[in-house]
Design a protein around this ligand. Structure first.
Ligand SMILES: CC(C)(COP(=O)(O)OP(=O)(O)OC[C@H]1O[C@@H](n2cnc3c(N)ncnc32)[C@H](O)[C@@H]1OP(=O)(O)O)[C@@H](O)C(=O)NCCC(=O)NCCS
Length: 291
């Protein structure tokens, strides 16, 4: 690409580059409750800059603490064609990710133009995330579960919750320590299910613009199908009612039939646009697959 050179985004430029990405005329930003800025400036985040150091395009796909890499951001400045910028950035990112030991990269989008770029780079559709909204009216109190108590989560619970979260979810949906801490700190409602001092399930919900979002729900594998997920969700719904949250939403994958059954039974309904999840196995990816 004439006049532009490829370089890593230095950690020291994290804030200015995160701002640039946020304000770029064309940007794909990963959908999630964590600010994508946290990945800017970490390996692997790259930019195409001119000789004056001005950024023209950027790609951020830094792996988390579990080695899972999402395309967190891809942005192009004015006049920079994404189909031209992507191959250069992606080729370098792909190589760097392989060197870091990353085997699969994930991306989530509802934008057809970015989906075209991903498909041209050999990304395959692997799932779909749907948003459900609570439309129920009456919230039953959670049924008492023998020898299981629900209480607020505290910072001291995080190591145990992280362990159960990582057992309950499969890649790429597990959270690393940093993501869990950030979500916990941002949560408006939390509850932990405990049996004999063992953390066996938890729920976290964040709140923004008067709306509660069920950010996380998990029951430890050995404790599933005993009513804990339902009890935690009902607890949250009661809290939502008290807070007059207006709306309560949750995202889940279309193949996650356990969570879909649970949410539907409680009065959540789908609607709106779903977000497609793409992934690419780096071991079989070829640098020739370009947009
Ligand atoms: C989804 C999840 C939290 C449910 O927790 P749980 O404690 O097992 O749920 P409950 O025992 O309260 O089940 C409530 C209802 O959900 C449905 N359900 C739960 N697990 C199910 C499964 N494996 N298959 C089919 N339906 C299921 C059933 O309708 C069930 O009612 P029933 O047992 O009376 O038939 C649990 O499966 C889990 O942690 N999964 C991995 C993490 C995850 O996907 N979290 C949700 C992300 S949005």
């Amino acid at each position: 690409m004439s006049g532009l050179h490829l370089q890593p985004i230095p950690a020291a430029e994290r804030d200015s580059l995160a701002w640039w990405i946020d304000h770029a005329p064309l940007a794909h930003i990963h959908v999630g409750w964590l600010n994508p800025a946290r990945w800017v400036g970490r390996p692997v985040s790259l930019q195409l800059a001119d000789s004056h150091g001005r950024t023209h395009a950027a790609l951020v796909t830094a792996p988390d603490g579990l080695g899972v890499a999402w395309v967190q951001a891809f942005a192009c400045g004015k006049g920079q064609a994404p189909q031209v910028a992507w191959p250069t950035l992606w080729d370098a990112a792909r190589r760097a990710l392989i060197e870091l030991g990353v085997r699969r990269v994930w991306a989530m989008t509802s934008e057809p133009s970015f989906a075209d770029i991903l498909r041209a780079a050999d990304f395959q559709q692997s799932s779909e995330v749907v948003m459900l909204t609570y439309f129920g009216e009456r919230v039953d109190a959670p049924a008492a579960l023998p020898a299981i108590t629900l209480r607020h989560m505290q910072a001291a619970d995080l190591p145990a919750v992280l362990a159960l979260d990582n057992l309950a979810f499969t890649p790429p949906w597990q959270m690393d320590r940093e993501a869990l801490e950030t979500t916990f700190n941002a949560s408006a409602v939390s509850a932990l299910a405990v049996s004999q001092a063992e953390a066996i399930g938890y729920v976290l919900a964040t709140q923004s613009q008067g709306r509660l979002h069920l950010a996380r729900l998990a029951t430890a594998p050995g404790w599933q199908r005993k009513g804990i997920g339902r009890a935690l969700t009902l607890h949250l719904l009661q809290q939502a009612g008290r807070r007059a949250a207006g709306r309560l939403t949750v995202n889940t994958q279309i193949e996650n039939s356990a969570s879909l059954k649970l949410y539907h039974a409680l009065g959540f309904r789908g609607g709106g646009r779903s977000v497609v999840v793409y992934s690419l196995n780096l071991e079989h990816s070829s640098p020739a697959a370009h947009a």
